[in-house]
Design a protein around this ligand. Structure first.
Ligand code: SF4
Ligand code: SF4
Ligand code: SF4
Length: 279
């Protein structure tokens, strides 16, 4: 998270917590517990922080100190009996500060300097090969503790951010898959309706009707046209026959033309009749 979004009170409380990330306070880590304290949660729920942490928070918030809910806390670190490890990676997933190294089906090991002793890796191990060992407290380890708390906090926050990013990526992929599935379904639907035999038969019948209507229209036009031409030819022939000066060859040609047109009209009318019958 960017610094400008950090709540200063939460940050100050979180700075006082030991960053063991053990969840013994009932929250998912030190940061979530500090957020809860800022909203009024009791200040006495952190066993690893002990009396000193509780007092420091009471002073910071100017509230009454409280008796610890659990004062039994021994500093410990996790140790994996490596020859028994089956490489299932369950401990890696459980560790809040990424203090366990190992890949699937390979032996795992704890980075002791990064282990906060939260013991969250113990319970998930299916072969029970993780044990908690006490930490020897020396002057040197006491000096190193503050630095370790700073690193634990960073590792915890980095892991949380990674989990959040993975969640978002998975959600985005899920949405992508859903959209693809939706498109696929609508394509399948239109394909199946195109392949549906009833749908195909209806489409074929419609096309046939459309073709016949077009044939009928064209036959009607032809018949009307021929009728006009025949009427014109007949009136020309009648005029020619009334004038004795018109040469007989021309009259014969006009008669021939009238006959031809009559034949053509007869054929067109037959065609039209057939079209009408087939509808
Ligand atoms: S050290 Fe454990 S109990 Fe204490 S605040 Fe952090 S997570 Fe909670
Ligand atoms: S290795 Fe185990 S005990 Fe150590 S920090 Fe990780 S989960 Fe906690
Ligand atoms: S949970 Fe146990 S068996 Fe599985 S990888 Fe971790 S130490 Fe090995």
């Amino acid at each position: 998270m960017s610094d400008k979004f950090r709540d200063p009170i939460v940050e100050q409380i979180n700075n006082l917590l030991p960053q063991t990330q053990c969840r013994k306070c009932g929250y998912e880590g030190c940061k979530p517990y500090s957020e809860a304290i800022a909203k009024g949660e009791a200040i006495n729920r952190c066993p690893p922080g002990g009396e000193a942490t509780m007092q420091a928070i009471a002073e910071l918030l100017d509230v009454e100190p409280l008796a610890l809910t659990d004062s039994r806390h021994i500093k410990r670190y996790a140790y994996i009996r490596e020859n028994e490890c089956i490489g299932c990676t369950k401990c890696v997933q459980a560790c809040p500060v990424d203090a366990i190294l190992g890949a699937a089906k390979y032996m795992h090991t704890v980075i002791r300097d990064e282990c906060t002793g939260c013991d969250l890796c113990v319970e998930p191990c299916p072969v029970d090969c993780i044990e908690m060992r006490p930490v020897e407290t020396t002057l040197q380890t006491r000096y190193a503790e503050q630095d370790k708390a700073r690193r634990s906090r960073q590792r915890f926050e980095a892991k949380q951010a990674r989990i959040e990013r993975l969640k978002q990526e998975m959600e985005a992929k899920r949405k992508e898959r859903q959209a693809a599935l939706k498109t696929q379904k609508s394509t399948d639907k239109s394909n199946s309706s195109a392949l549906d035999p009833v749908h195909t038969a209806i489409a074929r019948a419609k096309a046939k009707v459309a073709a016949k209507s077009s044939q009928k229209r064209s036959a009607q036009k032809t018949t009307a046209f021929l009728k006009k031409r025949l009427a014109a030819a007949k009136s020309k022939l009648a005029l020619a026959e009334q004038h004795a000066t018109i040469d007989s060859k021309k009259i014969t040609a006009l008669q021939q033309s009238v006959e031809n047109l009559q034949q053509q009209l007869q054929t067109a009318e037959n065609e039209l009749h057939q079209n009408n019958r087939s509808h």
